[in-house]
Each structure stands twice: as C-alpha cells, then as structure tokens.
Ligand binder design. Structure first.
Ligand code: ADP
Ligand code: MG
Length: 251
C-alpha cells in the first residue's frame, strides 16, 4: 500500500444517540501516514466521533458514510473494523477483573491474525513479542500478569492502551484524550511511544485538549470540533492560537 492514499474518508456524517443529534454533517479525510489532532470544548462530540468510527453500537448513523481503505464500513460491526485495522484507545479504559492483561492482549492479537489469515502465536512466542513492546512503552512487565486495567493508575491505564496499539499494529489509531491525567514524565513516555509507533503506513488521530501533546507529536493537521461538526482545520499553529485565545474566539 502506498503513502498518500486515503485511509479514512468521512462524508456528511450525522449521528444520534437516543434520538439526540450529536454529530451533524461532518466531513473528515485522512491519508495514510498522517497525524490529525482533534480539539474542541467538552461535549463537542469528539468521543462520539471516535466511537462511531470504531463502530460503537449505541451510536446511530442517520446519514453519511465512513470509508476505511476505500471500503464502506458505515454499518460494519466493531470487531470487523478492529480486524480491518482500526484501533480506539479509550478516554476511560475499563477495568476487567479476572482477565489477565497478557491473555487479553494475546487473544486480541490472535483474533486479528486469524481473521486476516496470518500466523497466530502460542503463549511463549507472544510473551517474546510483548516483552519487546513493553520496553517501548516503558511499563513494568509485572503489568502483564495483572487483571486488565484493574487498580492501574490513570497513567498506567493510558500506557496500557498504547501497549495494545503497539501490539495490534493497527493502521488507523484513534487516541481519545490519551494525555489526560498524565504527569509530565508519563506524557513524555507516551508521546515517545506514539512517535516510535508512527510510520508512513499508519495514521493517528489524537483527541486532545493540551498543547504539550501537540508539541511532542507534531500533527500534520489540527481540527476544531464544535457542536458536532469540524468548524476549523489548520496546521499545528491552530492549536497554538487556541491555547492563546481560547475556543470561543474561533467557533
Ligand atoms: P466530547 O468528547 O467532545 O467531550 P462527547 O462526544 O462525549 O463529547 O459528547 C457529545 C455530546 O453527546 C454531549 O452532550 C454528551 O452528553 C452527548 N452524549 C454522548 N454519548 C451519549 C449517550 N450515550 N447518551 C446521551 N448523550 C450522549
Ligand atoms: Mg470526550
């Protein structure tokens, strides 16, 4: 696959939940290899957009289309999208007591590999793979044998989302407020892992409120969402302007 190809194309998207309209006539197009940041006030619909792209069943697409690698995925199931290469790092990762982190990771990895007809890994081979990945993310290997996210600190949960992203090697990674609640060191670690992960074949969507993450990761485009739509798009200087003058002066 080539760079410059469209990886995600959203046209005229309208989304509602429980009959409440949340996203209205939204357009967004992302090419392979690009990093896009999405900013905007609380409640502007950023998380909803992330969930709709990954196929959350609660959110209803009333109108419009979502194309991933030129395939219409508007009504595909979430697992189909995940296997196809879409990853969503949650704003609030859920705790799953009783499911070990490494079992969860291997099961997600193997399920994807199986679906695309590639080799799955036994526990030993997978441990080898994941051991390399945890070094990149800078988390301790003891996290692998703990229950998924159970008792993890905010920062540890976010690092664990990045670990999942690295293990799954998805083509389109949407990271919803991956920087919220992080201390300075964890923010640096996470930014570094994202930069290491990013290459010309994958694309990243960063949903964020903070200039720091934009400074570390240097997105190609910055979009400002307001009332369920992208109101302005620009380069990373747009984020600087927002930081300086606030959203209200722009939307
Ligand atoms: P953001 O991530 O930009 O803060 P969200 O996408 O979480 O915004 O929310 C956008 C709007 O949609 C908010 O008004 C929120 O209350 C509403 N919303 C989102 N999910 C639901 C839901 N499951 N039920 C009812 N309202 C929802
Ligand atoms: Mg949100």
């Amino acid at each position: 696959m080539q760079k410059d190809e469209q990886i995600l194309e959203i046209s005229n998207l309208n989304v509602s939940v429980n009959n409440k309209i949340i996203i209205k006539d939204l357009n967004l197009s992302i090419k392979r290899g690009e990093i896009h940041a999405i900013m905007g006030k609380n409640g502007s619909g950023k998380s909803t957009l992330a969930k709709v792209i990954s196929g959350h069943p609660l959110y209803q697409v009333d109108k419009g289309k979502i194309f991933f690698n030129n395939k219409d995925i508007t009504y595909e199931e979430p697992d189909f999208r995940a296997h196809a290469g879409i990853f969503l790092g949650f704003q609030y990762p859920v705790e799953v007591p009783g499911v070990s982190n490494i079992d969860f990771l291997r099961s997600a990895y193997n399920s994807k590999k199986h679906q695309i007809g590639e080799e799955t890994l036994d526990p030993l081979a997978f441990f080898e793979l994941v051991s390399k990945e945890i070094q990149k993310v800078n988390i301790n290997s003891t996290f692998l044998n703990r229950s998924l996210n159970e008792g993890f600190s905010g920062g540890e949960k976010k690092k664990n989302e990045i670990l999942q992203m690295s293990v799954l090697q998805s083509e389109l990674c949407i990271l919803d407020e991956i920087d919220s609640g992080l201390d300075v060191d964890a923010l640096k670690d996470i930014s570094k892992s994202i930069n290491t992960f990013h290459n010309s074949q994958n694309s990243i969507v960063l949903i964020t409120h903070y200039q720091k993450l934009i400074d570390y990761i240097q997105p190609d485009y910055v979009h400002i969402m307001h009332k369920g739509n992208i109101k302005i798009s620009g380069d990373k200087n747009l984020a600087l302007q927002i930081d300086k003058y606030g959203y209200d002066n722009f939307v």
